[in-house]
Write a protein that binds this ligand. Structure first.
Ligand SMILES: NC(=O)c1ccc[n+]([C@@H]2O[C@H](COP(=O)([O-])OP(=O)(O)OC[C@H]3O[C@@H](n4cnc5c(N)ncnc54)[C@H](O)[C@@H]3O)[C@@H](O)[C@H]2O)c1
Ligand SMILES: O=C(O)[C@H](O)[C@H](O)COP(=O)(O)O
Length: 387
């Protein structure tokens, strides 16, 4: 079994070498000779799986993506070539939810809002799948006011309460978590198009950590010429990697499509793809993610005294601080003579980031039943109470 894997998949060598001859490739630079004899292709979203690519890979038995989105797959071409495919659905949902929370807390800091003020804001979550649900559970833990909009799920057996898009457009914070869908009953390309953007005002925050193309950037920029616009947090951009820098001044925080790039988020994608290939080959999985993930040193916050709400923001920023990624991104973009190359390099060389669940926080013994401790746990942190 010849297995070609993206060199940006952590632990891929350990996994795939158990199943055969495993060879890395860099996205955008696949060796066509190797592709010609590959039995399995393991990609991330930076490799477009098109009819042209498949024509050069006649031996393929499986294509897997170590990502949640799969708009880089030409499904009709895969079907025509009779190559089964696998998507690592939900692999990085927690990572994106944590990115969004860091964004909301950094927004609150800029606007000098405390946790009680944040709880007065209504948060609209568009797309209540893996990411939207991971976010929902953390918002609920923090006692935030939120609503969900997901017409396909509203029409399904999902019993949660859903609102329509117009209701979300009236929320203080709007979080977009839909796949990029071009057609059908519920398309999402330009879900925030000219008409929807017209309904937004300067007091709102819009977060796009799903796909560029869900917001119509031209329509946004056109309206920005005549009035004050909502503030943005953008991780996903139209025309990546060659993004439009004119959007940057409208962003409170801007990042190069790294919302899902925790070590766990990427590793889960690798291990899910490995599981899919094991399944395809009728083999048992011999290695699991928990065996290989390094642990983080425990942090001791007993000297912080009583649990108070400031611990929540501090805990979030200690694991992921969107402000730092924003600084790096803006600086690189300001100096860049090749936006696409800079965007790609920033993603490829992104610093290691961990999920909240990797962090154990030691608190004072008397914090055992404290609501703040419960909220930290609801966010995913591991907490210990001791003298
Ligand atoms: N920035 C990142 O790093 C990053 C990471 C993970 C996922 N993503 C993107 O986010 C998307 C969502 O991820 P997910 O794991 O939650 O996917 P998912 O498939 O689990 O959930 C998507 C949800 O969107 C809903 N939906 C579809 N059309 C809709 C519409 N018109 N209006 C409202 N809801 C609609 C679906 O019913 C589904 O419940 C992915 O497809 C991917 O493109 C980005
Ligand atoms: O769809 C996804 O899972 C995310 O957008 C993912 O983080 C993309 O990361 P990439 O494959 O481009 O490294």
């Amino acid at each position: 079994m010849k297995i070609l894997y993206d060199d940006n998949m952590p632990f891929a060598e350990q996994c795939f070498s158990l199943l055969g001859d495993a060879m890395p490739f860099s996205a955008g630079d696949i060796n066509l000779e190797v592709l010609g004899s590959a039995d399995a292709l393991m990609v991330r979203s930076t490799t477009k799986v098109t009819a042209e690519l498949l024509a050069q890979a006649p031996e393929l038995q499986l294509v897997a993506t170590a990502t949640a989105g799969f708009d880089h797959f030409d499904l009709a071409a895969l079907q025509a070539a009779q190559v089964p495919y696998y998507v690592s659905a939900g692999c990085n949902a927690i990572a994106v939810a944590e990115y969004v929370l860091s964004g909301i807390f950094a927004y609150a800091e800029k606007r000098q809002l405390n946790l009680a003020d944040l709880r007065k804001l209504r948060i609209g979550v568009v797309g209540a799948g893996n990411v939207g649900s991971a976010l929902e559970s953390k918002l609920r833990a923090l006692l935030f006011d939120y609503c969900l909009c997901d017409p396909p799920l509203a029409e399904s057996s999902d019993t949660r309460e859903f609102v329509d898009l117009d209701t979300v457009l009236g929320c203080d914070i709007i979080c977009l978590h839909v796949p990029l869908i071009e057609d059908g009953k519920h398309p999402t390309r330009h879900l925030l198009g000219a008409n929807q953007i017209q309904q937004l005002n300067a007091n709102q925050l819009v977060i796009n950590a799903c796909r560029g193309g869900v917001i119509d950037e031209s329509a946004f920029l056109t309206q920005a010429e005549i009035r004050k616009m909502p503030v943005l947090i953008l991780d996903a951009w139209e025309n990546e990697p060659a993004i439009n820098r004119a959007m940057l001044p409208h962003c409170l925080f801007a990042t190069p499509h790294i919302a899902g790039h925790t070590l766990e988020g990427k590793a889960r994608g690798t291990f899910m793809s490995y599981g899919a290939l094991c399944n395809h080959m009728g083999r048992d999985e011999e290695i699991s993610m928990n065996q290989v993930l390094p642990s983080l040193p425990v942090v001791d916050w007993r000297s912080e005294g009583k649990c108070d709400e400031s611990l929540i923001g501090a805990a979030i920023f200690s694991l992921y601080d969107i402000r730092q990624d924003d600084r790096i991104f803006r600086q690189a973009m300001a100096q860049s003579s090749d936006v696409g190359r800079t965007f790609t390099q920033l993603r490829k060389n992104y610093a290691q980031r961990r999920e909240f669940a990797a962090q154990t926080i030691v608190l004072n013994e008397y914090s055992a039943d404290d609501p703040i401790r419960q909220q930290l746990q609801g966010l995913g942190f591991d907490t210990l109470c001791t003298e």
